[in-house]
Design a protein around this ligand. Structure first.
Ligand SMILES: [Zn+2]
Length: 66
């Protein structure tokens, strides 16, 4: 099946029996990201975590204990 990356609009074809393809079929709204964009975003997120600007949501139970 052919999928379009939401970030760079690149069209890629993926195997029909992959997990990603199945997910996209079940939820057509589910957006697809190509590998390079996915990597770029992952790096950006890691950088934000490193600088401390990125707040991770703590689980409710942890908050209650505190
Ligand atoms: Zn892309």
């Amino acid at each position: 099946m052919r999928v379009k990356c939401v970030i760079c609009d690149e069209i890629e074809s993926i195997e029909n029996d992959t997990l990603v393809a199945k997910r996209l079929r079940n939820r057509p709204i589910h957006t697809y990201m190509c590998d390079s964009c996915h990597e770029r975003i992952a790096k950006k997120t890691q950088k934000r975590i490193a600088t401390g600007n990125f707040k991770l949501y703590r689980s409710r139970t942890e908050e209650d204990e505190w």
